[in-house]
Design a binder for this molecule. Structure first.
Ligand SMILES: Cc1cc2nc3c(=O)[nH]c(=O)nc-3n(C[C@H](O)[C@H](O)[C@H](O)COP(=O)(O)OP(=O)(O)OC[C@H]3O[C@@H](n4cnc5c(N)ncnc54)[C@H](O)[C@@H]3O)c2cc1C
Length: 457
């Protein structure tokens, strides 16, 4: 790396906010995708002015610059593919303002999702987006990936909550998008363009989010069916309700088998061919009413097991079963190809049956679970990393599953993004004309292609 650039950063930020020793850089060379790339330098800005100056120095030295929250991304978004500068947002972790009358909160991008949730919960409010990484992922990373979680079925994903952004573009200019209003149609919606842009259009320095009132209570149902079609029909009936569930997680037979041998409980049974965890939330009266209605509907489809609870300990046990899926997979292999496809809800069964076929054809375990109400399936292709033939079969299986997803009108990624992991598959869904539109949008915000180059395309 250009020593001059490092000295200029040190002058701008002070030595304590610039890392350039190999041992220090290693910590910023990987994320939750299984690849690593070394940055040349890591910098820790405190505000938009500093980020703007960092980007302008990178422009002057024609050096890539990549934003990084907690590095928990599954698609390699925060990896410095071409070396250069990693901008860590960990020191920009303050909640700046709460506007209780309008119900908006403005935060720095390095605020951890869980910290925002608990800050708001203490005041009786609720920030719904709940990626499973909420205890350690940042709001900046959540916005860049448009993260979602179980509550998306009722409350939507991150994009539903982002009202305004302060962004430093690839020119080093600071722009402010959006407003604290419910309605805003003044020009193109640059706020929503930034959401899910995977850190390729600019770096967020301030994020204004909508929040809601906290639901008073919740209850959970764990229910399983011996037949996929029965389970599907039962779940669709719940989704059609006006008071639809606030969570509708599913495990297919492969996940049920995986969890069964790993998770033991005296209270619940993990069995059947299709299993759901259903949540009702709201006031206590609403929860009781919804829970009774959900149970009545589910029973019409003859479940093999149904357990319902509003008790904290029992609810914890139900959620433990859900959390047990990932650790239970380890017995199938030490390498996981993790896909987070999304399909129209009425194509979930066809997709799962197709994946079962792919698993048999390539003789590899493929375990599926996910967010039924969003059609978002986590497809886990389990491999042994030393078995080269198996790894090749795994890659072919991934390709076939993604091709089928697109054929069924689905999306290559429901929540993890394209990043490095899926960029070669974008052509399955989009033609050259479409890809050029994306590339031209990137050029407008980042004419010198220095902001997170090599991602998405
Ligand atoms: C165990 C585990 C469970 C997970 N569960 C879920 C889940 O349920 N749902 C889900 O959606 N995801 C999930 N993820 C993926 C991941 O946590 C999310 O994508 C998360 O939003 C990433 O946040 P981060 O702070 O770690 O961002 P990073 O991984 O550091 O960065 C992600 C992207 O955001 C960009 N970025 C970061 N900060 C900024 C900024 N200030 N300005 C511009 N760009 C920025 C980076 O350049 C990169 O492209 C999970 C990951 C793990 C490891």
């Amino acid at each position: 790396m250009n020593q001059k650039l490092i000295s200029e950063f040190e002058e701008l930020l002070g030595k304590s906010r610039v890392l350039s020793e190999k041992e220090e850089l290693l910590c910023y060379s990987y994320d939750a995708a299984s690849k690593d790339f070394m940055p040349d330098v890591v910098v820790f800005p405190l505000n938009a002015g500093e980020i703007s100056k960092i980007v302008k120095l990178c422009l002057k030295h024609d050096t890539p610059v990549v934003g990084r929250g907690s590095g928990s991304g599954f698609s390699g978004g925060s990896l410095p593919l071409k070396g250069g500068v990693v901008v860590s947002f960990t020191k920009m972790n303050h909640i700046l303002e709460i506007d209780e009358e309008n119900m908006f909160v403005t935060v720095e991008p390095g605020v951890i999702n869980a910290d925002l949730k608990s800050y708001l919960a203490d005041k009786g409010y609720f920030y719904p987006p709940d990626p499973a990484s909420y205890e350690f992922s940042t709001i900046g990373g959540n916005v860049a990936e448009c993260s979602g979680g179980p509550s998306a079925v009722k409350y939507g994903v991150t994009k539903e909550y982002v009202a305004a952004l302060e962004v430093i573009t690839g020119d080093g200019e600071i722009i402010n998008t959006g407003s604290k209003t419910v309605k805003d149609v003044s020009g193109y919606n640059l706020t929503q363009l930034m959401v899910g842009s995977e850190g390729t259009l600019g770096l967020f320095s301030k994020i204004t989010l909508k929040f809601l009132s906290k639901p008073e209570a919740n209850s959970l149902i764990l229910v399983s069916f011996d037949d996929k079609d029965k389970g599907f029909k039962a779940a669709i009936s719940l989704l059609k309700l006006r008071n639809k569930p606030s969570m509708l997680e599913f495990m297919d037979k492969s996940s049920i088998e995986s969890v069964k041998s790993y998770f033991k409980s005296d209270i619940i049974k993990i069995e059947g061919a299709f299993l759901f965890i259903v949540e009702a939330d709201g006031s206590q009266v609403e929860v009781d009413k919804s829970n009774a209605e959900y149970k009545k509907i589910l029973k019409e489809f003859s479940p093999v097991f149904l357990f319902s609870s509003g008790n904290e300990e029992e609810k914890r046990v139900i959620m433990e079963a859900r959390k047990a899926i990932s650790p239970s997979l380890r017995k199938y292999g030490d390498l996981k190809i993790n896909n987070d496809i999304a399909v129209p809800i009425n194509k979930i069964i066809e997709t799962l049956s197709f994946i079962e076929g792919v698993s048999k054809t390539y003789n590899i375990p493929i375990i599926n679970f996910g967010h039924f109400g969003d059609g978002n399936i986590h497809v886990n292709i389990m491999l042994n990393k030393d078995d080269i033939d198996m790894v090749e079969r795994g890659e072919k299986a991934k390709f076939e599953i993604l091709r089928k997803t697109v054929e069924l009108g689905g999306s290559l990624s429901g929540e993890h993004g394209i990043g490095l992991e899926k960029k070669e598959f974008m052509k399955l869904k989009y033609n050259d004309y479409y890809m050029n539109i994306l590339k031209n949008i990137k050029k407008v915000f980042d004419p010198q292609n220095i902001i997170n180059p090599g991602k998405i395309f």
